[in-house]
Design a protein around this ligand. Structure first.
Ligand code: SF4
Length: 521
């Protein structure tokens, strides 16, 4: 009896950017008595059905974007006589769908770290349950990934996770509802051990695949202090101190290590945090800018962000602390106007972003936006290939609309076209060349162009293009470019690398500035 873990994708690139962490975490959560699981990441190459045998267990992790392909694999695995188990955010939200369309024997809701062993034992006994509740596992129980199983030569970046959950409540995001608003921070020992293991294998680039790397803001501390809520204040301080502890240990790793994470823009107001990030070699962060107008930010409950010149200044602060920003923007918000696209492109350029992504507003299940939209669509009888729009992830990829919510001023096609033109402008050769100025050598600048182009091919054209010929062409290009790109990211294996010790540091010094800020108010 073999255990297969499959990460579905409708497009394979041969080489991929980031390791799908869940595969390696569930591999580690698989008891030794089942042997090493067979891991399949379809962003590399499609699953080979002939490897699935009667009585095997096939675990398929799905988010909304790859659920349809996941269901295809589920049906195929069940036809071959395997036990089919679904997990991931989408299966957590729609377990019945995984059962009816993906032919699942069982669905794991929530985190799989602890419950996976029970699922496997039940399958071995031939009595899988239909639903398993994994819940939200506490940080102390996070399972470190099994990196000894990773095909080293196929990925540019590895991924570790240091915190799950996000205290914010953006209307387009499901993280705070699925992973919770209470940040669950992992112990630094196991995170550092994983990173050292990855570096021993030659991974120099590691994504800190966190929901929000900055779970405690200075404002949170000031508010707790002003309210005289000492318990809350102490808890926040501890969480913040753990962040600094982690970064102090990252800073002891080889200096050519590069980390990347996701963070809220409020970190720009926290120079001590940004400095610690730089020292830790966290050289880049995805920052959810979303909109450049105050109305747009209000639309999505993200008014803790700034707009206009304040936004540009905040984003530049990351840059002035040596942290490159991948800015993420959303188009199609109710308050967007035709001129918003141009204004966004200009802000992205003025703010000194190193990379940017321009997404169209998509109501994803589990979000506040989706709930509202689903209600509004009750009166809309439109279907594509017999599927209502409110189940857009079930529409075959080539026919899936790119824009879902009717906009008061612009047609869906206009939003898509304008979005595409912002991608084209931001990633035009001239602009990329100008952005590459931070690099000294010609080789570095050419590498930057290559990486920018591949990023655009992988994420723009395969995401928002409508015609399937263009999507296929982009995938081919990305596949072709990805291979040489991977060599640029690889490092020399360092089998001798030791786990850095924890350095005691003066926590109180980190808080002087916060308390001064509180008193000042
Ligand atoms: S978009 Fe980012 S900040 Fe907002 S809830 Fe999601 S993870 Fe948190």
């Amino acid at each position: 009896m073999n255990v297969h873990l499959i990460n579905p994708s409708h497009v394979s690139f041969g080489t991929s950017v980031i390791t799908p962490r869940w595969l390696y975490v569930l591999a580690a959560a698989t008891p030794a008595s089942f042997g090493d699981p067979i891991l399949v990441d379809e962003t590399l190459s499609p699953v080979d059905p002939s490897r699935i045998q009667r009585g095997d267990v096939v675990g398929i992790g799905v988010h909304t974007g790859n659920a349809l392909r996941g269901y295809e694999i589920g049906r195929l695995a069940r036809e071959r006589g395997a036990y089919v188990v679904f997990g991931g955010i989408h299966a957590t939200l729609y377990p019945e769908e995984a059962q009816s369309l993906g032919h699942a024997h069982a669905v794991v809701k929530g985190d799989g770290d602890l419950v996976w062993a029970t699922v496997l034992e039940d399958c071995r006994r031939g009595v899988p349950g239909s639903i398993y509740s994994g819940g939200r596992v506490e940080a102390s129980d996070f399972v470190p990934a099994r990196w000894d199983l990773v095909p080293r030569d196929r990925y540019m970046w590895a991924s570790v996770q240091t915190v799950r959950g996000c205290p914010k409540h953006c209307s387009f995001c499901s993280v705070w509802r699925t992973d919770g608003q209470r940040p669950r921070q992992g112990a630094t020992d196991s995170v550092i051990e994983e990173i050292v293991q990855l570096r021993r294998l030659g991974f120099r680039y590691v994504a800190l695949a966190d929901d929000n790397f900055y779970p405690v803001t200075l404002t949170d501390l000031q508010l707790a202090s002003r309210r005289g809520d000492t318990d809350r204040l102490e808890a926040l301080k501890t969480m913040r101190a753990q962040r600094f502890d982690l970064m102090a240990r990252l800073a002891q790793l080889p200096s050519d290590s590069v980390f990347f994470t996701q963070i809220t823009m409020e970190a720009a107001e926290d120079p001590a945090f940004l400095d610690a990030m730089r020292q830790a070699n966290i050289k880049g962060a995805l920052v959810g800018v979303e909109s450049v107008t105050p109305e747009g930010l209000k639309d999505i409950y993200k008014d803790f962000n700034l707009a206009g010149q304040g936004l540009v200044d905040r984003l530049r602060k990351f840059q002035s602390h040596g942290i490159h920003v991948l800015g993420s923007f959303i188009f199609g918000l109710p308050s967007d106007r035709p001129e918003t696209f141009q204004a966004t492109a200009e802000v992205a350029q003025r703010a000194g972003l190193t990379f940017a992504q321009f997404l169209t507003l998509t109501p994803f299940p589990g979000t506040v936006d989706f709930g509202r939209w689903e209600k509004m669509m009750e009166r809309d009888p439109r279907r594509i290939e017999g599927i209502p729009l409110t189940r857009h992830w079930l529409i075959p990829q080539g026919h899936r609309p790119k824009i879902f919510s009717p906009h008061p001023l612009m047609s869906a096609e206009e939003i898509r076209r304008r979005t595409q033109s912002v991608w084209e402008r931001f990633y035009s050769l001239g602009f990329i060349w100008r952005r590459s100025r931070f690099l000294k050598s010609m080789r570095g600048r050419l590498t930057f162009i290559l990486i920018s182009k591949i990023y655009r091919q992988m994420y723009a054209d395969t995401g928002i293009a409508t015609d399937s010929a263009r999507i296929a062409r982009s995938a081919r290009w990305a596949r072709w470019l990805a291979k040489p790109c991977r060599y640029l990211f690889s490092g020399r294996p360092m089998p001798e690398l030791q786990v850095p010790e924890r350095i005691p540091f003066d926590v109180s010094a980190r808080f002087q500035q916060i308390e001064g800020g509180c008193h000042a108010k």
